[in-house]
Design a protein. Structure first.
Length: 376
């Protein structure tokens, strides 16, 4: 046997030699423990590090709960964070995409778990991402009770990582949304978005490239911010104001003033609002009533997008829609304003006319000239 063969046979090939650093993973757990601890809430008191996260439904005050679960990611918005090194808010997006989907069912988010995968673990990046996740959990009132950090050499390019989030909430039996009694005349209220949120970023990134913009250049739709900072504005978390409004107006069951909620994500108003409406009604939306952030006008002009394409790709300024009892709209508006929101009346529930829902309007803010009525 040659000396080289003897030397190779004698030298162990460790997990670290293969690209996985167990010590780095343990260091990350130690670093994020204070962040996780800061998200504790009633019902979730266990420390990070066990094989599973625990939650005490009875301790949280539920008597006959229905559990509601959701999972999601942040799409290719993540690529902007990676390419620019701005990782501090992408975790908020991750939480928002999950917990907003829970509250539209009338459920209170209880706990959250994350999945962070990379080729090689960068402690500073991972800690920044988890800090954002913890920030999002505090905004939602959910406990961060666990997660998974996967270091997988060969699966990801240098510097790349991926995220997924998992949230569980609960509502008392009989309090789930949407209700079956949505009817003609019920009013549609919209809550403003903070911008693009976390959908449509494959198109957004394409249009940034088409316009020849660098991530650090001044944004043409927000001159006080860079393109990256403006587009990384975190998705709004509507949980606390919506739970407060539900509580103040009779809850999600019969007798409540709020009949349905719709989180406006991928598919925009066109796809998401019809999901909560019964088959015998439709929605009519007056686009002129929507306060449209400048980014959507820029996207429309740059991409030469028509109204239908814009509405089915982006939230266009509305991140949450409330279907309110026509006789109690002022009550719902007051509750939302008390919770710090700025609701806008954007339309109403109507009898169907061959279309599930429709929109009308025109204006410079949209950068799209709407002639007559458009199908959503």
């Amino acid at each position: 046997m040659s000396d080289h063969a003897k030397s190779s046979a004698a030298a162990p090939i460790t997990y670290r030699d293969s690209g996985v650093d167990i010590d780095a993973g343990n260091a990350l757990v130690r670093a994020i423990k204070p962040l996780v601890k800061a998200t504790r809430r009633v019902g979730a008191d266990a420390d990070l590090g066990g094989f599973g996260g625990l939650f005490d439904l009875k301790g949280a005050g539920f008597s006959d709960p229905i559990l509601v679960a959701a999972n999601d990611g942040v799409g290719t918005k993540l690529k902007i964070a990676i390419d620019t090194g701005q990782h501090d808010t992408i975790g908020i997006d991750l939480v928002a995409m999950c917990v907003n989907d829970l509250v539209v069912q009338g459920a209170e988010p209880l706990f959250f778990l994350d999945y962070f995968a990379c080729g090689k673990l960068d402690l500073a990046v991972a800690e920044a991402v988890v800090k954002g996740i913890a920030d999002g959990c505090r905004l939602a009132g959910a406990a961060l009770i666990g997660g998974e950090t996967a270091e997988m050499p060969g699966m990801y390019a240098a510097g790349d990582y991926d995220l997924a989030g998992f949230a569980v909430g609960a509502a008392e039996r009989g309090q789930l949304l949407p209700r079956a009694d949505i009817g003609v005349g019920d009013v549609l209220l919209g809550l403003p978005s903070s911008g693009v949120h976390s959908n449509g970023y494959s198109l957004v990134r394409r249009l940034v490239g088409e316009a020849g913009l660098g991530w650090d250049e001044s944004a043409p739709f927000a001159s006080d911010k860079s393109v990256a900072t403006a587009l990384l504005a975190p998705t709004r978390i509507y949980v606390k104001p919506m739970l407060a409004a539900l509580k103040a107006t009779g809850g999600g069951g019969p007798g409540g003033a709020i009949k349905a909620l719709s989180h406006i994500t991928g598919g925009g108003l066109s796809e998401n609002l019809p999901r909560v409406l019964p088959g015998e009604v439709a929605a009519r939306i007056d686009l002129n009533q929507i306060p449209v952030p400048g980014v959507f006008g820029w996207l429309a002009k740059t991409g030469r997008l028509d109204g239908d394409e814009l509405l089915r790709t982006f939230n266009c300024g509305i991140g949450m829609v409330i279907v309110a009892d026509s006789a109690r709209v002022s009550e719902v508006v007051a509750a939302l304003e008390q919770a710090g929101e700025a609701p806008v009346t954007i339309g109403e529930v109507v009898s169907p006319s061959g279309r599930k829902s429709e929109a009308k309007g025109k204006g410079e803010a949209w950068a799209v000239n709407y002639a007559g009525t458009l199908c959503l």
